[in-house]
Design a protein around this ligand. Structure first.
Ligand code: DC
Length: 224
């Protein structure tokens, strides 16, 4: 394992299917960092809305979010909502469909961002999502923006879903990704965009290992 500075913050953003979760998890393992999957937190809040039937009642949802506990276990691999392990439920088609609408609510973002910043205070971290390089950790030591063509991203998601025996088509997955991109990019609060000082990485046609190696190299080079 490569030792890096005792308190280093690496922020990574990109659209759905750009590979950032897998890449960030592997970089965390290689460099001994805490891994923060910020999308999982928005997914947990979406599940909270579904569980309490308040998908349309945003003011009640905001109160529930203020009171809820969201914790990670196994270095970000598992997510606990209050006392329940919801790691599987947060990936359901119902959550996929609703999450971008819940994530655009500014009061919900405010709560989640504060929680993420508190997690980041505890030491060296790699955090990934949509606004980590711009809003959550604007002073991160390293910033990356991962992207890939929509076709490639749909292909990757489709393969993941097939492995989980989810019955869908590549066209349906591409349509869902495009719809989510549109919502993430065009929303008023904290839209998905690359920070000016982020290193852009196009992962189209690259293997996960190639992207991980590239990122680790950038960190080692700058960290000398
Ligand atoms: O990365 P993901 O697909 O698990 O993210 C789920 C949704 O959460 C995505 O549609 C946008 C939202 N999100 C966000 O608004 N801000 C983040 N930092 C991370 C995710």
């Amino acid at each position: 394992m490569t030792k890096i500075a005792p308190r280093v913050t690496i922020a990574m953003d990109g659209p759905a299917g750009s590979g950032k979760s897998t890449v960030a998890r592997l970089v965390a393992e290689k460099l001994g960092l805490l891994y923060l999957d910020s999308g999982a937190m928005y997914r947990a809040v979406t599940l909270l809305a579904i569980q309490n039937s308040v998908e349309e009642d945003i003011s009640t949802l905001i109160e529930l979010v203020k009171e809820c506990n969201i914790d990670f276990r196994d270095n970000g691999q598992r997510i606990i909502l209050n006392t329940e392990d919801v790691s599987v439920q947060i990936r359901s088609p119902e959550v996929n469909k609703l999450v971008a609408d819940i994530a655009k609510v500014p009061e919900i973002r405010h709560e989640i961002v504060r929680h993420q910043q508190r997690i980041g205070e505890n030491g060296s971290i790699i955090a990934e999502g949509r606004d980590l390089t711009t809003i959550v950790f604007p002073n991160a030591d390293y910033k990356f923006y991962l992207d890939a063509s929509v076709k490639e991203r749909a292909k990757r998601r489709f393969a993941d879903l097939q492995a989980q025996n989810v019955d869908t088509t590549i066209d349906a997955v591409e349509a869902e990704i495009s719809a989510r991109d549109e919502k993430d990019i065009s929303r008023k609060h904290s839209p998905l965009r690359a920070a000016d000082d982020a290193i852009r990485v196009d992962t189209t046609g690259k293997t996960i290992d190639e992207v991980v190696d590239f990122i680790v190299k950038q960190i080692k080079t700058k960290n000398k």
